[in-house]
Design a protein around this ligand. Structure first.
Ligand code: BT5
Length: 325
């Protein structure tokens, strides 16, 4: 009911809507309307209430509230259930917990801030207010070795969502980074709970530097990280980004489930800033240099080296010809 009330106030944004009209539309008492208005105010919505005129929505909070994400969300599975936190340790950790408790596929965890945001190999992920920190719980019918492919789905959907809300088109650096002009805009962390031949659940964590001012990055990231705000000079609508991401992701996820990964891999190749470039691949104990020529059907990177073509299922790369850091 709160969602419908909010939708009605948004539809008539800036205008007064009487308590009587709202109670009729929602089929509840005026007292019930008042209670929901109070609840929305507590979430941060600026709603004016005047005795004879009624209610007027002045400002929606710039938060990733479920109602902001779900209003107009055109998905059937993803994001139908949203857990929102003003602050948490890590949305991936929370989503893993939800996964082990049997929460349904598509459950979304979002946070305004993370105190212990994580990258791969337990690296720290800087997660202040203004970014988009989300984790999606999935229960795909895939073999564990195919899980990497969902990182590619997330990367493609994240590029498309970024373009939809900002007009910026980031490049994808294999396997999990989004870059704008060579600097890191977003990272993806995929974690799988699986047995040898069965995925129980998978958590896809995406961190996007949306509205983070350039000067807010700590010294060690200032040279390598960027944000949409830093590039555009103005903030983007973060809830709209999440909505677009869920929609694009679901679209690709359904196609992948019914017809395989060909279409997705073609899109990924189009956005890639890795293929065709000189790379160094860092592996435990050794590093290999060569030309990145393609990704295979499992999302592994193929590199032409002096010794021939080598395939890397996972790893860390540096783009040598781009002055990559
Ligand atoms: C990643 O790891 O790029 C995956 C990041 C995933 C973060 C999301 S946020 C929501 C969800 N919950 C979590 O706890 N995590 C996920 P990796 O490729 O390992 O890159 C990590 C490296 O990126 C760090 O060692 C830093 O050098 C750099 N870094 C840290 N924070 C950054 C930021 N906000 N923007 C750009 N680079 C950053």
């Amino acid at each position: 009911m709160k969602e419908i009330l909010l939708a009605e106030l948004k539809r008539q944004l800036g205008r007064y809507v009487s308590g009587e009209e709202l109670s009729q539309r929602l089929g509840v008492t005026r007292t019930a309307v008042w209670k929901q208005i109070q609840a929305l105010r507590e979430e941060g919505y600026g709603i004016e209430a005047l005795p004879r005129l009624g209610y007027r929505l002045l400002v929606a909070p710039d938060l990733l509230l479920p109602a902001e994400i779900q209003g107009g969300l055109a998905t059937s599975v993803l994001g139908r259930k949203v857990y929102h936190y003003r602050e948490t340790d890590s949305t991936n950790r929370l989503a893993r917990e939800l996964g082990s408790r049997g929460e349904p596929e598509g459950t979304l965890v979002v946070a305004e801030r993370q105190q212990a945001g994580r990258g791969r190999l337990d690296r720290k992920w800087f997660s202040p207010a203004g970014g988009i920190w989300l984790s999606l719980l999935l229960r795909p019918q895939l073999f564990p070795h195919q899980a990497q492919l969902l990182t590619l789905v997330a990367a493609v959907a994240a590029v498309e969502a970024t373009e939809a809300v900002s007009g910026l088109v980031p490049g994808i650096k294999w396997p999990n980074d989004l870059l704008l002009a060579g600097s890191k805009l977003a990272g993806i962390l995929t974690e799988v709970s699986a047995e040898i031949d069965l995925v129980h659940y998978l958590v896809l964590g995406v961190g996007v530097n949306a509205n983070i001012p350039a000067e807010a990055f700590p010294a060690e990231l200032r040279e390598t990280a960027t944000s949409m705000l830093a590039v555009l000079g103005q903030p983007v609508n973060r809830a709209a980004w999440v909505r677009q991401f869920l929609q694009y992701f679901e679209k690709h996820y359904l196609v992948v489930g019914s017809s395989g990964f060909d279409d997705l891999l073609a899109r990924w190749r189009r956005y890639s800033v890795t293929l065709g470039h000189e790379v160094t691949v860092y592996l435990p104990g050794r590093q290999v240099s060569g030309t990145a020529i393609d990704i295979d059907d499992h999302g592994a990177l193929q590199v032409r080296t002096e010794a021939g073509i080598e395939t890397f299922p996972a790893g860390e790369i540096r783009l040598r010809d781009k002055g990559d850091r």
